[in-house]
Ligand binder design. Structure first.
Ligand code: SF4
Ligand code: SF4
Length: 264
């Protein structure tokens, strides 16, 4: 069997962390940049944080300008996809002649290629050597070496923490259908600037008592804010308080306002 055929044969094969594959992508290769077009890239929460920082814009601006929103039919959860340019070539807005202009902040899927994974445990090989000639190079990696080199561990920690939130539909045994709830997910998981405004500029801090050291941290740190947002989702979805403490005085005041209005 020819090398190309052998590699094509590997497509979709399940790989563990010790499995090996050959790959090297570089500017001298004849297919350089050819894969950065007409591709569906689901963005991770951490991708938004990294990309909006690299582009020096707010997460709200990033989401509006660079993404499409989709709703998963299985879970009802919102997700965001990187918007390709609307010309015929449908190139990624970040690709330049010299390569990826946001390379240090590139999305999770771009880091992972030529691999794919659902849970970060088993990997599948998705590169096609008839199109991606980097797979014909001799440089060899194990899956774990590739993961480490591409900075994927940072994503694993977050995924591990967010697992229960992202699988909320499984606990409820049905997809989330309420658009308000879908909007909550979108803001909490993908739009830290909007979520930060919600925390600091709405009645949030009257309803909840949040320790000063946590407030100080989430004021500037998007990743800390994401963990905080996950806790707020847990409270809203499953009633799990965690470090969120309800402000009893506020609740009592609201209760008497409602009762007072009813008595009028
Ligand atoms: S973000 Fe970078 S690596 Fe990913 S598709 Fe766009 S140009 Fe290519
Ligand atoms: S097709 Fe493969 S080798 Fe070519 S630029 Fe894309 S990732 Fe690199």
């Amino acid at each position: 069997m020819k090398l190309r055929d052998q590699l094509a044969d590997r497509l979709d094969r399940v790989m563990t962390w010790d499995d090996k594959f050959n790959f090297k992508c570089h500017s001298g290769i004849d297919c350089f940049n050819s894969c950065c077009r007409d591709v569906t890239i689901f963005l991770h929460s951490l991708d938004v944080i990294k990309l909006r920082r690299a582009l020096k814009i707010t997460s709200t601006e990033f989401i509006e300008k660079y993404t499409h929103r989709v709703i998963s039919s299985r879970s009802g959860l919102p997700a965001i996809i990187l918007k390709m340019n609307e010309d015929e070539a449908k190139r990624c807005p970040f690709v330049r002649e010299t390569g990826c202009s946001v390379y240090e902040s590139r999305p999770y899927s771009c880091r992972l290629f030529p691999l794919d994974t659902e849970q970060g445990v088993e990997y599948t090989f998705i590169g096609n050597p008839t199109k991606c000639h980097g797979l014909l190079e001799t440089h060899e990696w194990t899956v774990e070496e590739w993961r480490r080199g591409q900075g994927l561990r940072e994503y694993d920690d977050l995924d591990h923490n967010l697992k229960d939130v992202m699988n909320a539909h499984e606990q409820w045994e049905q997809a989330i259908a309420d658009p308000r709830m879908q909007g909550m997910f979108l803001t909490a998981l993908y739009d830290p600037d909007r979520f930060r405004k919600f925390v600091f500029e709405s009645s949030f801090l009257q309803k909840f008592q949040v320790d000063d050291d946590i407030l100080e941290k989430i004021r500037d740190d998007d990743v800390a804010l994401l963990y905080f947002a996950a806790q707020w989702l847990r409270f809203s979805l499953f009633g799990k308080k965690g470090f969120l403490k309800i402000n009893r005085d506020y609740l009592e005041r609201k209760k008497s306002e409602v009762l007072g209005n009813k008595g009028q």
